[in-house]
Design a protein around this ligand. Structure first.
Ligand code: SF4
Length: 387
């Protein structure tokens, strides 16, 4: 064993063996006896030495004590993972068996205006779930396991300064009438990350103390350990929903849609604001019928208190050629509904990549249709935005 402060190259074991696992939402501590067992069977941890040596890194290493730890110079440059085309066939298995530890180098908060006012610096990148449409792998190529950023103290401090600089929100907007909303899960699922370490818990606890701000994240995993975190209304959880038939095909490894719906009341009672994320909306034969069913189910089953504060966003599917090619290697049936050249057109995204989305006229008509279904079947549900 080395101290974790080496050159960052080679294949050394860099456990320090001094971590405690810590309190919080974690996964049942060393040995992994908690709910993470449904998602994780971690065999390899690729770690920047500084990340492995940090308190958060040690917590992750202690959580998966049997994993082999491999030192890497950068969490972005792991040829065995990201450059290995052979990993496509193991797409979901890599998510179960691999975790990466890195230090987030640049901490920036970006304006957004849709799901949130601001996008917070990521506390993780990658996901153990395997939604076929997920855009997070776009920079990683052939594998997209969770990378935990271990410098969470710096991320929280950065956010605290950013919140302080904004002062109170003086103009209501579609994100929130009174609070600045920070999306803390742009490239990850915070409910899943909470199975690995306390990054999500640290963020939720921090936002408790910032009365002008609110954390927000979308999720497809019901992690009931989050119920213990006492967010005091300063965290908005957005359960992502789509018709169960679509989710069974596309939302691989996620909590079933009925389980997400059933959790909404408990999360509200535990102090979360509970919204919904209709994303992505996938156009295929019969989509209107199945969305109407889902909305009726929401109307029938959600508690009145959830309905009274709920809102939703509607996001139509965006896809791209590279992800299409990767998906053909591990889940080609998903591409029957995701890759529809007859319905889609190319569009250059903000980061310069070419994506495909539904053709302009078709997309607008579909958004109007879904808005109409909401008005008819779940009229209590405010749509924050749709695009
Ligand atoms: S839950 Fe979110 S981050 Fe995870 S695979 Fe699905 S879309 Fe990607």
């Amino acid at each position: 064993m080395t101290s974790g402060t080496g050159s960052g190259t080679g294949d050394g074991a860099i456990r320090t063996g001094t971590g405690t696992g810590g309190p919080g939402t974690g996964a049942g501590g060393p040995g992994g006896t908690g709910p993470e067992r449904r998602l994780f069977d971690v065999r390899e941890i690729y770690a920047e030495p500084a990340a492995a040596a940090s308190p958060r890194g040690r917590q992750v290493l202690d959580r998966f004590p049997d994993a082999k730890v491999i030192a890497v110079p950068s969490h972005w440059q792991i040829p065995h993972l990201h450059g290995n085309e052979g990993n496509v066939a193991r797409w979901a298995r890599v998510k179960s068996e691999v975790v990466v530890l890195g230090v987030k180098k640049s901490l920036t908060t970006r304006p957004n205006g849709r799901s949130a006012d601001w996008i917070a610096p990521s506390s993780a990148n990658g996901c153990a779930l395997a939604c076929a449409y997920c855009y997070v792998p776009r920079r990683k190529g052939y594998a997209n396991p969770v990378t935990v950023f271990t410098n969470i103290d710096k991320i929280v401090a950065h956010l605290g300064r950013h919140v302080a600089r904004q002062g109170p929100k003086t103009e209501p907007n579609s994100c929130d009438p009174v609070s600045w909303v920070y999306d803390i899960g742009e490239n990850n699922d915070c409910s899943v990350d909470a199975l690995i370490c306390d990054n999500t818990a640290d963020l939720i606890r921090a936002f408790r103390h910032w009365p002008t701000a609110k954390a927000s994240f979308a999720t497809k995993w019901v992690n009931r350990e989050l119920l213990a975190l006492d967010p005091r209304g300063r965290t908005r959880i957005r359960f992502s929903l789509m018709p169960p038939a679509d989710a069974r095909l596309l939302d691989i490894r996620t909590s079933p849609v009925p389980e997400r719906l059933a959790a909404a009341g408990d999360f509200l009672a535990a102090g979360y604001e509970v919204h919904f994320n209709f994303s992505p909306v996938v156009l295929r034969e019969g989509w209107e019928h199945d969305w109407a069913d889902l909305l009726r189910r929401m109307d029938d089953t959600l508690p009145g208190a959830v309905k009274a504060q709920a809102a939703a966003e509607i996001i139509m599917l965006t896809h791209n050629r590279e992800l299409h090619d990767v998906n053909l290697g591990w889940h080609p049936r998903a591409e029957d509904v995701l890759w529809r050249p007859g319905l889609q057109e190319a569009k250059r995204s903000q980061n310069g990549a070419w994506n495909v989305r539904y053709r302009t006229g078709l997309k607008g008509a579909a958004v109007r249709t879904l808005r109409g279904l909401v008005e008819r079947h779940a009229p209590w549900l405010r749509i924050r935005y749709a695009f």
